[in-house]
Ligand binder design. Structure first.
Ligand code: PLP
Length: 410
């Protein structure tokens, strides 16, 4: 027994306090390396306002308010009653599920995949994104992470004892990175790059020319590309987001993460998949074999119903988000905020008024107008100067938010 522990034992504290004192002091270094939880202040303020009975409009979380389509729920219902689905599932996904993923990729992107070696099921794409560095990144190796970006790229890197190198996404370049900005030394030491288009939090999109340049860069420097494609299906005005795997040679270096969460309003179901380079898919699968036991088969049957069934529910979703987007953009512009309508995703990335930080402006909107938004700096230092608003609230609530912002004045 360690001395300090023995000493704590001797102190006359109730057992619970003793244990707390010991374990909170000994939290692993990897957790200490994560940035502080920047949304904590907003969450606290939101809790206080709700407790006071304030009518809070939450445009903070990227979680569809629309229900999962009925035919998907029905498929789950049926499958849940079948005892064949009650046992441990296969680690990498049911064969039928992986075939459905391959069909969907072919239909949607014209990309052929071998279901057995180029597809792995995920318990939501977040799980795969967090785990892939464990499969490929050794302690001290560099992982290039977009800034601003989805925080899990950094967390997964830190958990694998990798070193994140932040690649700025700037408005002047449409929030696409400038790959020539990555120093040779960094490119040489980098094992992996994460990118995400359509992008959270900026709503930016990438075209095939950008993906071609990225694949060339990655092949040249022998860096694996982890492309997070969670938002390809949420888009407006006829825009269709591409897959990086449409680019020739991408399969040599890339793995793409996908999710049913946003496309089919299934965030709570925890189902996604990764596809692409077979060695990357297999490495990720090996980590998963050791830490989880796959997805409940009934959920996989429901996911198959989603991927193979009519996609009119996706079109309907996009019409709904599109109306909300137009109302929010129009209102924010009227209020004098600088903002561009996103072509894809359900995020609106607005510039904060001059002289305020993103945290100050988000706090102001919450305390004075009861509107929850996310300060851009929570996604990285290049997110400073912006706030993110989601379209995951009914049109009337978005209109109400706009009215409150207009009343606030400049
Ligand atoms: N990638 C991005 C960019 C996201 O914004 C999210 C969720 O918000 C995810 C991945 C994870 O989604 P899920 O784990 O539900 O598939």
């Amino acid at each position: 027994m360690r001395e300090d522990w023995a000493q704590i034992q001797r102190e006359e504290f109730p057992v619970k306090e003793r244990v707390f004192a010991m374990w909170s002091d000994r939290i692993a270094g990897r957790l200490k390396k994560l940035p502080p939880y920047l949304f904590a202040e907003i969450d606290k303020l939101k809790g206080e306002l709700l407790a006071k009975g304030v009518d809070v409009i939450d445009l903070g979380v990227g979680d569809p308010d629309l229900p999962t389509p009925e035919h998907i729920v029905e498929a789950l219902n049926r499958a849940a009653r079948d005892p064949a689905n009650h046992r441990y599932p296969s680690y990498s996904g049911m064969g039928d599920f992986k075939v459905s993923v391959a069909h969907w990729y072919k239909k949607r992107f014209g990309v052929e995949l071998d279901p057995e070696s180029e597809v792995v099921s995920l318990i939501g794409s977040k799980e795969g994104i967090a785990h892939i560095p464990l499969a490929f990144v050794d302690p001290g190796e560099i992982v290039i992470v977009p800034d601003p970006g989805y925080p899990v790229y950094q967390a997964g890197t830190v958990f694998a004892e990798g070193v994140p190198w932040f690649l700025p996404l700037r408005e002047q370049r449409g929030f696409l990175p400038d790959l020539t900005e990555i120093p040779q030394e960094v490119a040489r030491k980098a094992k992996m790059i994460f990118l995400n288009y359509p992008n959270n939090p900026t709503g930016a999109t990438a075209n095939l020319d950008f993906f071609r340049a990225l694949v060339d860069w990655a092949r040249h420097h022998e860096v694996m590309v982890c492309h997070d494609a969670a938002y390809t299906e949420i888009s407006y005005d006829g825009y269709r987001a591409p897959s990086i795997l449409e680019v020739e040679g991408a399969r040599e270096v890339a793995i793409e993460f996908h999710s049913l969460s946003k496309t089919y309003n299934m965030t709570g179901w925890r189902v996604g998949f990764a596809v692409g380079n077979r060695e990357l898919v297999s490495g990720l699968g090996r980590i998963k074999t050791n830490v989880d036991s796959g997805i409940f088969q009934a959920v996989q049957w429901a996911a198959m119903a989603a991927l193979e069934g009519s996609q009119s529910c996706v079109e309907q979703n996009n019409r709904t988000y599109g109306e909300r987007r137009d109302a929010l953009i129009k209102g924010l512009r009227k209020a004098g905020l600088e903002v561009k309508p996103p072509k894809a995703t359900f995020y609106v990335w607005a510039k904060v008024p001059k002289g305020q930080s993103s945290k100050e402006f988000a706090s102001h909107l919450l305390s004075e107008a009861g509107i929850v938004t996310t300060p851009g700096v929570g996604f990285g230092s290049w997110g400073e100067g912006y706030i993110r608003m989601t379209l995951c609230a009914p049109l009337e609530r978005i209109q109400e938010a706009v009215e409150r912002i207009l009343k606030l004045g400049p």
